[in-house]
Design a protein around this ligand. Structure first.
Ligand code: AKG
Length: 285
């Protein structure tokens, strides 16, 4: 059974739970003041052009400069807020996250991607390692952090403990990641159906993560997860999602010479961006 991780649980114990269940919950990772600072930084990024924040617009993930009037679009998100917003970086490189991931990796983590959501992304059940290709792929981990209360009907995060042991799905020619245009919508649906059947055959069922502001969950990149249906009156569901790999593994954008890696001396963990220029990095803090 997954249990809430008390502040006292060691990084090693959290890492063991993450390996065993594919997820570990970190209740009360941030206190209310820290959550307020995060929310204010994100609020500013939506209105202050000088911060140069980039938003990704549904349904095609078009990237545009963030603007206040875009913020209410369903499924909209800010890209890599950890690069230029210090409270976001502090939260996503929180010692409890870094400690747990370092214990899993046996080396420091690299925070290589983050997103700030205003509402549920309405994600179908999937595994992140089909979209974020790493070599070796097993090093992919994700963090989801609540910035406001998230309860039933709000399109909350749902995940299937134990599903990280399901073998990788081959899209074609042995590729374990989804690659449009080689893979089309039908190929994607086959992948979604494969995950659903495998979970069913293994008797694995989904849990929903109902969170207070400042609660977080870390999951394995191979864990099946998605968004529960939005059926309630409350549409707002502010959250941060971040992706990490071991610092000795490169995400594809760095392998391809795109993006930037922050100087090693800056933090106890590395971080990088696929979107922003080097000068937009916020000072260490
Ligand atoms: O926040 C959610 O509901 C789902 C997030 C998700 O699926 C992801 O970031 O991969």
């Amino acid at each position: 059974m997954l249990r809430a991780l008390a502040a006292g649980l060691s990084a090693r114990a959290a890492a063991r739970r993450l390996r065993r269940d594919g997820a570990v919950i970190l209740r009360g990772l941030l206190d209310p003041d820290e959550v307020d600072a995060l929310r204010e930084a994100i609020d500013r990024a939506w209105v202050d052009d000088s911060l140069g924040a980039i938003a990704s617009l549904p349904p095609d993930a078009t990237n545009v400069p963030a603007r206040a009037d875009l913020r209410s679009l369903p499924g909209v998100r800010l890209l890599d807020p950890h690069w230029s917003l210090p409270p976001v970086r502090r939260a996503l490189l929180h010692p409890r996250i870094v400690g747990c991931l370092s214990a899993v990796y046996g080396t420091a983590p690299l925070l290589f991607q983050s997103q700030s959501f205003e509402d549920s992304p309405r994600a179908v059940r999937h595994r992140d390692d089909a979209y974020l290709a790493l070599s070796p792929n097993r090093s992919l981990m994700a963090v989801w952090l609540a910035l406001e209360p998230v309860g039933p009907g709000q399109g909350e995060l749902e995940y299937v403990p134990g599903s990280h042991r399901i073998p990788a799905y081959a899209f074609g020619e042995g590729r374990t990641w989804f690659t449009p245009p080689l893979d089309d919508g039908t190929a994607h649906q086959r992948y979604v159906d494969f995950l659903s059947l495998e979970c069913h055959q293994r008797g694995l069922s989904a849990r929903r993560f109902h969170a207070r502001p400042g609660d977080a969950i870390i999951w394995d990149g191979a864990l099946v997860h998605g968004s529960a249906p939005m059926v309630g009156a409350v549409r707002s569901r502010r959250s941060l999602v971040a992706h990490y790999c071991a610092a000795n593994v490169s995400p594809r954008y760095l392998q391809e010479g795109a993006g930037r890696l922050a100087p090693a001396a800056e933090q106890r963990a590395r971080f990088s961006t696929g979107f922003y220029p080097a000068e937009q990095i916020s000072p260490p803090g």
